[in-house]
Structure formats: C-alpha cells, structure tokens
Design a protein around this ligand. Structure first.
Ligand SMILES: Cc1cc2nc3c(=O)[nH]c(=O)nc-3n(C[C@H](O)[C@H](O)[C@H](O)COP(=O)(O)OP(=O)(O)OC[C@H]3O[C@@H](n4cnc5c(N)ncnc54)[C@H](O)[C@@H]3O)c2cc1C
Length: 519
C-alpha cells in the first residue's frame, strides 16, 4: 500500500476503464473491493477520508450472531452472521478472538430463558460454534466477574462470541485487496457520477483531498458503499430521491480494565430502557456501551452527548462494585448506524432490519446499505453476484470464504505485534536491529516507534490521526495518552514523508483539537 505510487498510477492512467469503482472505504466498501479484486475484476476503491474513519472504527468490536436479533426473531440474520463469524475467526486469526461472555441472572425465570435462548444460539452456529453455553451458580459467577455486584445474583449464563479490532480489520481488507491487484486510495472524495447520453452511470468525478486535484475515473459499475452517507451518492444519481436514512448514534466509553478485572465480558440483555449493555475487555482496557439515540446530522466525527455518557455510567454503576465516574473514562467514542427514514413521514424512525439491503437504480448505481461488520464478506459476495446477474460483470466465482488475511501473523500471541499480520515479523526485525525502537512511545500504551515507522511505510496514513486512531488504537484506548504521543507521531511521519515543521505543528494542533471529542 503505497499512496504516492497509487496516485501516480491514477494520474498516468486517466483513460483506464475499471470494471468496478467502489465508493466508501469502511467495512462494506473494503469487503466489496476485496471480493471484486480477488475474482479478478479491475477494482478501484475511493475513500473520502481515511479507511474506517466512519462507523467501521466505532463499533462494539464484536464478531457476533447478535443475541439481541435472535430475541427479535430475526433468525436468518443470526444464522448468516454466526456463519460469517466462524469464517472471520478462521481467516483473520490475528485480529479476532474467542470471547467468553457472562449474563448475570437475578431470577430463575431469566436462568431458564437465557439458557434456552443461548443453547439455540449455539445450535444455529452449527459446526462453527465457538463453545457451548451453560449455567454457572452465584459463587462461580462472582469468581469469573469479581467486580460484579453480588446483591440478588442467582448465577450467570456463559456463552461465547467473537471479538475483533475493527479498524485494523479494515486495513487488513485494504491490504488483501492490494495483494489481489485491486487499488484502494484514501482521502479521495467522489463529488459526482458520470453518465452517458442514455443516463447510464459510466464513472465518477473525484477530488484528491490533500492536493485538491480533480480526477475523472471511468468504470463499468459504480457501487455506493458509503454507510450513513449513502443518500448523498443516491442524490448524485437522482436529485429527486427522498431520504432513506435517518442516523442513530451509538456511544461507547473505555474504562481501565480494573473496573472489570476479568477476561470474561458482561452482557446485560435488557437495561432499564430495554437496551443491551456490554462491558468487554479489549486490549488492556474495557469497552462499555452502547446507546441508540436518533440524531439529525450525519457527520464523519459524531460527538457523544452528555446524556449518553451519563446513561452508560449510571447503568454500568448498577452492576459494578466500583461505579465508574466521568474522570475514569479513558475515551468516549460515537458511531452512526443507519435507520430507515419513512419517506412519507421523515420525522419518524424505525429500525431497519440489521440485515443489509442491496438496491440497483435504473441508471446502474448499486447501493449497499445497513448490515453489520460481522457480515461484511457475505454482503460483498451478494453485491458482486447481483452485479453479475444484472450483466455488469462476467461470471466469476467468489473466493473470499477461504481467503486468509494473514499467512503468519497469528503465530505469536505473546505480544501485540500480531495485529499487523504478516508485517509483524518485519517490525520485530526492526526492533532486533535497533532495540531502542521497541520502547513504547508512551508508557500507558503499548505502541512502539518501530511499529509507527512500519505503519508509515506500509499502511498509507496521511495524518497523525490516521496513525493514532485507526492504525494503532491509541486514541480509542487512552485519548489523553494518545494526545501526548502526537508530537512524536508527527515527527516520525515527517521523517518518512519529508514534510516540514509547519505540517508537523498543524497536525499536532489538529490532533489535540480532535482528542477533545474523545475525553
Ligand atoms: C455503535 C455501533 C456499534 C456497532 N457494533 C458492531 C459490532 O460490534 N459488530 C458488528 O458486526 N457490527 C457492529 N456495528 C455495525 C458496523 O459497525 C457497521 O455495519 C459497519 O461498520 C458499516 O460499515 P460501512 O462501510 O457501511 O459504513 P462506514 O464505516 O461509515 O463507511 C462508509 C465510508 O464511506 C465514506 N464516504 C462517504 N461519502 C463518500 C464520498 N462521497 N466519496 C468517498 N467516500 C465516501 C465515508 O468517509 C466512510 O468511511 C455497529 C454499529 C454502530 C453504529
């Protein structure tokens, strides 16, 4: 992944006709680009900001069937997601893990209900099950979850789901796409669609954000994978189209792991206002969330509302021996999920089934909306299959079910370098040649100078934020500590790219401004 080389290629080949242009570099777009490239189609992906800058770096970080969707009776979605969960754990072992969850239970009715429900969940997972669900008594529950309040506790129901690093997964998909001869570029925004005299889409107009340079890019098929921004692209196709999406915000907080003091996660299936609350160990901290708040603005940098933070703190405090307060929060992050807007009544929102929707407009715009991170691969397969059926692409078989996203990177789990997949051995070599580069840049976070340099050379970060928020997860794990890494991160980036002191100062300032939204 070399951004300058990719840009050069795009400039030199201005008349090139791509088979597929994918708009949007989140889970959906990257999954589609990898599917297209690995089937041998000439594939280009354009992302207006950084890969996974949108919802795809702000998830609960679960690879799951969705216990909640089972309770809602959406069995097809759960079965598909459980199957995809198994594939994701098999193909990306360096970024996923088997996570044990415990549901604390306070009545015998709940014991029966959850144990039956989760046994059924196991059954739906079939041979890709991650471990059996079972009941444990009060003492065993408290041994596993020492920070759980004991009052009224009857026991716990244990079950297993997957956990992952969402933005690192997005980068692994981008990398795999490039390895399969696809082209991906960040900071390249699609401004408009190109149409022929019959009104059929034949490409896009795009702007490279850093230089402001404009491009015309031609393609046999344009796919809209822009998540909550999908209506903007749909309106480029048909300015009269009515809004289809009303966003809902989900907030998480990150707390020191001492609040959980366990490798098991807590799942509260029904909070006071009927939501699900998770407290999940993630790296060395714990992620707690989430909320579901309808918002009017669609924004790449959504900000958590005070009420949302207060709700999570209050609810977590009901279950934890040590109730967390605002000062304990290491990071707060918000993400937007698309809810369906009723075209006849735009002010009302109803939840879209979390199953994805793929639509084809008369002019040939293929749009993919909704879904889950867990089902990104299936969504991609169905999207490309639909394009084949509609005559945009010649028939070729999908190969992603068995496409490994790392060859060696999951072998050594004694340190965190496995998150870089096959790059981990290069980072370890850099450290063995220069042991000083293996010291963490900030003592509160594990990230070393060597890996920041390796990232600059291999993963197309453009800003300090790209490096600290999505290549490493410093921002999400400890926003204040990441702020103190910004100067060194900027210096490392400048050393690799030749940027001057002004660039460094601007980057540091802009990063410090951003961090305010996360603390
Ligand atoms: C709070 C929350 C928690 C979640 N937790 C989980 C979970 O634990 N597990 C799970 O499986 N799923 C989870 N999900 C769902 C999952 O995160 C989303 O389904 C997924 O990330 C959506 O990816 P996407 O690519 O469709 O959208 P996005 O990630 O938002 O990507 C869309 C991209 O399009 C780009 N874009 C927009 N306009 C343009 C343009 N004009 N030109 C170029 N690029 C453009 C944007 O910059 C953006 O990067 C969660 C969702 C939320 C909101």
């Amino acid at each position: 992944m070399n951004r300058s080389a990719i840009l050069r290629k795009l400039k030199e080949q201005s008349d090139y006709k791509w088979d597929i242009i994918v708009v949007g570099g989140g889970a959906t777009g990257l999954g589609i680009a990898l599917d297209g490239a690995s089937r041998g189609y000439k594939t280009l992906l354009l992302e207006q900001s950084d890969f996974a800058k949108g919802t795809s770096s702000r998830s609960t970080k679960l690879v799951h069937g969705g216990v909640r969707y089972m309770a809602q009776g959406d069995l097809l979605l759960v079965m598909e997601a459980l199957h995809e969960r198994g594939l994701m754990l098999k193909n990306a072992p360096h970024l996923t893990s088997n996570q044990e969850f415990v549901i604390p239970v306070y009545t015998f009715r709940d014991v029966i209900m959850y144990i039956c429900g989760l046994k059924f969940y196991d059954l739906l997972a079939g041979r890709l099950s991650m471990g059996k669900s079972y009941f444990i008594g009060r003492e065993k529950t408290l041994a596993r979850l020492p920070m759980l309040k004991p009052a009224g506790l009857k026991g716990g129901v244990v079950y297993h789901d997957g956990q992952f690093d969402d933005s690192r997964m997005a980068l692994a998909l981008a990398q795999a796409c490039v390895e399969n001869d696809g082209t991906v570029i960040n900071y390249c925004r699609v401004d408009d669609l190109l149409k022929d005299e019959n009104g059929k889409i034949i490409g896009v107009k795009a702007t490279e954000i850093i230089s402001g340079e404009q491009f015309i890019m031609k393609a046999g098929l344009v796919i809209n994978a822009t998540g909550v921004f999908a209506d903007e692209i749909v309106r480029m196709d048909n300015p009269q189209s009515k809004p289809t999406i009303k966003p809902s915000q989900g907030v998480h907080i990150v707390l020191p792991k001492s609040f959980l003091h366990s490798n098991s996660a807590i799942m509260i299936p029904k909070t006071d206002d009927g939501r699900v609350l998770f407290a999940i160990p993630w790296y060395d901290e714990v992620v707690v969330g989430t909320t579901d708040t309808p918002v009017n603005e669609i924004n790449l940098e959504p900000v958590a509302l005070d009420d949302e933070i207060a709700f999570i703190l209050k609810t977590a405090g009901k279950y934890l021996v040590k109730p967390p307060v605002r000062e304990d929060i290491l990071c707060v992050f918000a993400g937007l999920r698309p809810l369906a807007a009723d075209p006849e009544n735009p002010s009302s929102t109803k939840e879209v089934s979390r199953r994805h929707k793929i639509t084809l407009s008369p002019s040939g715009l293929l749009s993919v909306i909704g879904g889950k991170w867990t089902t990104y691969r299936l969504m991609a397969e169905e999207t490309i299959n639909k394009a084949i059926r509609a005559g945009f692409l010649e028939k070729r078989k999908c190969v992603t079910a068995n496409l490994k996203l790392t060859k060696t990177g999951a072998d050594d789990l004694t340190n965190h370098f496995h998150i870089y997949g096959d790059g981990s051995s290069e980072i370890k070599k850099m450290i063995s040649e220069n042991p000083g580069s293996g010291i963490p840049v900030d003592h509160r976070l594990p990230y070393t100078r060597a890996e920041l340099i390796w990232i600059c050379r291999n993963e197309m970060p453009v800003t300090v934020e790209d490096l600290l928020a999505r290549r490493t997860r410093a921002l999400f794990l400890n926003a204040r500590a990441s702020s103190e890494m910004a100067a060194e991160a900027a210096a490392i980036m400048a050393g690799e790219s030749g940027s001057d002191m002004n660039w460094q100062s601007e980057q540091i300032e802009s990063y410090h401004r951003l961090v305010k939204n996360y603390i």
